[in-house]
Design a protein around this ligand. Structure first.
Ligand code: HDD
Length: 765
């Protein structure tokens, strides 16, 4: 065993996972830029000759991976030991005085094991407790040296390793993935000049304008304190009480009630830095910037009925999807786009760029795509990486700076503070997932769980005993220098607790968002408000919320009111700003989810092909092959799992059953030919539920041969009628002989994801 461990790395099987070797290569011409602006080893003190200094992205490698080998543990071929490395001879029995006698206090093996177990849990995040993460890389498309000196943007093709974590906000760590909620979208860039965390959400605005209100917001949305309900849901009294009293929430509520709050996958949602930040170039000149992540697979969401059902059948739906996509090589990919504007432009805008409840419409400041992020590696260990990763808005690098957004200011404090409690002290930056690849040298010492062993007797600056090291980096050596931003003379008011004037315009952009949605999306928003408010038990709260919606859209307010039995429509809430500035943009098609259909790829999409003994195997296999060739996950879902004989004398192996993988877990459905098989499927009630859900959720269905009978039995005889328009409905019918050709039509229908033309209330069946 000793020989084994000495000769091999901790985790020999991980070598093939390093970097891009498993599928995604950097774009042609991608280069790895040396850390030319980092201090060289000779300029640093002796102990600075840290391995990481040279660990800059090389083509085809992920520079974050190798340094972590130091802490990777792979127990293959290893003997069981205590934490002190003492080999354990018996891991079954505690040490007793005779087999029927008392357990002895001296059993240090038992006591170490139990003590460690007793302390396995750390406090969960107060918000964003439920999350999933992945490693990957960011690749810069073009040098942005004119606007920023930030390391990731210095050369075309430059690779920066990243770790991304996606999360829900309100639910606890073990709650469901498909709650109606905002999603966190946090990215840690391990740049060669220090870590930069872009801690965003999948919505570009926020509920509140000032961090002073954050604890109130979170207390309102979390389960109510007296009975700790509901879990992972905003549909309750305290949330709506709070937001109905905070008109500044209205814009965010539009986003939160839209289908964006129930994404299909982490790979199909946008991300936003939310606040206005600054980019700073080598000359110290700065511009404002908003950060956007746009998924290459397009923006796609669930529908509410589906989200509710999924939360029962697979609470890990998004976690599983992310994991499986990466394992299958269908790597989630996002473009990073910037909206860059100057201080002078910002002064002209009808809204305040320091207000996190406002967007900068794309029509006003277009997006500039500057790079891409690919998530290509699952964590080795959920706790060590995804749970212990500590994001922080204060983590910026030279070239990126803050604006005066008061919400951001509170965040800059809050994240470090929370990590100290959550991760047990001020040394959380040393936990491997948080450690930068840039060298760390300072005089901070000691504290709980210190890992580094600083050498020498000097821990102060200035000093002469250590030759003045570590020494201050001047601006020429990429020391971080804050933008000397000034308050304009006319805005100089001394210390105040107040807001800028334009912050009081609470409804113009809520209207912009709502008016920019397609009719289907507007319906979904109205339904979501109706659902959530119907869970509110206090009538005055429901009415106050509807009174606020009157300022967004009378149609919306009326529809929600009708759904809640509120009649007549309440008087609109009083306005804080009766006459806001005319907005530059009144419609922004880019705000519709449907505006970003994506690359049409089927990668990572799940299709159920139903099977039972006696189905027509050849036609089903032909369709399965066509789907797999497109990168889809085409699973055989049977009346039971296991092998099933087919009419053509072969067999098919079902790896899922109608019972354990219900229809709403799939993006599309294929029904098989073969009288006997169809009859067997008809005998199973799950088949009908499967078909109904696929139909109601507007997903593509391919029915081969006699399986169209199943559609009729599921209560959909009308779709078989020639008068039912089948072209745009995502329903494809074929006979077995033409199944391969029909698969192409079906695949096209899948590219559109859903066929909302089929959606109606009440449903067709
Ligand atoms: Fe926050 C976590 C995003 C406002 C205080 N926040 C957290 C995470 C995300 C966001 C994605 C999870 C990071 C992870 O995966 O570990 N938060 C946002 C966005 C906001 C926002 C986009 C508005 C623009 N947050 C916000 C405010 C405060 C906080 C105003 C406090 C003043 N957020 C926290 C926190 C958390 C957190 C309490 C909990 C766990 C953690 O930080 O690490 O400090």
């Amino acid at each position: 065993v000793q020989e084994l461990s000495a000769a091999m790395p901790h985790n020999p099987t991980k070598a093939s996972e390093h970097g891009f070797g498993n599928g995604v290569a950097p774009r042609a011409g991608a280069t790895a830029e040396p850390a030319s602006r980092l201090p060289t080893a000779s300029t640093l003190s002796e102990d600075n000759a840290n391995d990481k200094a040279g660990t800059v992205a090389e083509e085809g490698r992920n520079p974050l991976v190798d340094p972590l080998d130091r802490v990777r543990v792979d127990s293959a071929g290893q003997v069981l030991t205590t934490n002190q490395g003492v080999r354990i001879a018996d891991n079954q029995n505690s040490l007793k005085y005779g087999v029927r006698g008392p357990v002895l206090l001296e059993d240090f093996i038992l006591r170490e094991k139990l003590t460690h177990f007793d302390h396995e849990r750390i406090p969960e995040r107060i918000v964003h407790a439920r999350g999933s993460g992945a490693h990957g890389f960011f690749e810069c498309h073009e040098p942005l040296t004119d606007i920023t000196k930030a390391a990731p943007f210095q050369a075309a093709g430059k690779i920066t390793p990243v770790f991304a974590r996606f999360s829900t906000v309100a639910g606890e760590r073990g709650s469901k993935d498909t709650a109606r909620d905002v999603r966190g979208f946090a990215v840690k860039f391990y740049t060669d000049e220090g870590n930069w965390d872009l801690v965003g959400n999948n919505m570009p605005v926020f509920f509140i304008q000032d961090a002073m209100k954050f604890p109130d917001l979170v207390h309102a949305v979390k389960p109510e304190p007296h009975h700790q309900m509901p879990q992972a849901a905003s549909a309750h009294d305290t949330f709506w009480d709070f937001v109905s009293l905070m008109p500044e929430s209205t814009h965010m509520l539009m986003w939160q009630m839209s289908d964006r709050a129930i994404p299909r996958s982490y790979a199909t949602m946008q991300g936003f830095g939310v606040h206005t930040f600054r980019l700073v170039n080598a000359q110290g000149e700065s511009v404002f910037v908003k950060f956007h992540w746009n998924p290459v697979a397009g923006t796609h969401s669930l529908v509410w009925d589906e989200a509710v059902k999924i939360s029962g059948a697979d609470p890990d739906y998004h976690r599983r999807d992310l994991w499986e996509r990466i394992e299958a090589g269908a790597y989630p990919e996002y473009e990073l786009a910037l909206q860059v504007f100057t201080e002078e432009q910002a002064e002209q805008f009808s809204f305040d760029i320091l207000d996190a409840t406002k967007i900068v419409p794309e029509e006003l400041v277009p997006l500039r795509t500057v790079g891409r992020m690919v998530l290509n590696r699952n964590p080795d260990n959920f706790f060590a990486e995804t749970e212990q990763v500590a994001f922080c808005t204060a983590h910026v690098v030279p070239g990126i700076d803050f604006s005066n957004d008061p919400l951001l200011a509170g965040r800059i404090h809050s994240y470090v503070d929370t990590q100290i409690t959550r991760l047990g002290g001020p040394n959380f930056h040393e936990i491997p997932i948080n450690a930068p690849i840039a060298p760390v040298h300072n005089n901070q010492r000691d504290g709980l769980h210190r890992q580094a062993i600083p050498r020498g007797r000097v821990s102060y600056e200035p000093n002469s005993l250590a030759g003045g090291c570590p020494f201050q980096a001047g601006a020429m050596q990429q020391g971080f220098v804050s933008v000397p931003a000034r308050i304009r003379a006319e805005e100089e008011q001394g210390k105040v607790r107040a807001k800028p004037e334009k912050f009081a315009d609470h409804y113009t952009q809520a209207r912009l968002f709502f008016d920019s949605q397609t009719p289907v999306e507007q319906d979904h928003i109205a339904n979501a408000f109706r659902f959530e408010l119907s869970k509110v038990t206090v009538p005055a709260v429901r009415e106050r919320m509807v009174a606020g919606l009157c300022h967004v859209s009378e149609w919306l307010a009326r529809k929600v009111a009708t759904g809640l039995g509120i009649d007549p429509l309440p008087e609109p809430l009083p306005l804080a700003m009766p006459d806001p500035a005319k907005p530059e943009v009144e419609r922004s098609p880019a705000l519709s989810l449907l505006a970003r259909p994506g690359d049409g790829s089927l990668k990572g999409r799940k299709v159920a092909l139903l099977v039972a003994p006696g189905v027509h195997g050849e036609s089903l296999t032909a369709v399965q092959e066509a789907l797999v060739a497109e990168g889809a996950v085409a699973r055989l879902v049977g009346t039971r799992i296991g092998r099933m004989p087919t009419v053509d004398g072969n067999s098919l192996d079902a790896d899922a059953s109608l019972e354990n993988e219900p229809g709403f877990l799939f993006d599309a459905l294929v029904l098989p030919d073969g009288d006997e098989g169809v009859a067997a499927l008809a005998q199973d009630g799950h088949t009908m539920e499967f078909i109904k859900d696929q139909f109601r959720h507007c997903k593509p269905i391919l029915a081969i041969g006699s399986s169209h009978r199943l559609m009729a039995m599921a209560g959909l005889p009308m779709v078989l009628d020639k008068s039912y328009e089948q072209g745009g409905t995502g329903l494809v019918f074929t006979d077995s002989g033409s199944a391969r050709g029909a698969a192409a039509t079906f695949i096209d229908a899948m590219r559109k994801h859903r066929h909302f033309g089929r959606e109606m209330d009440p449903p067709l069946m």
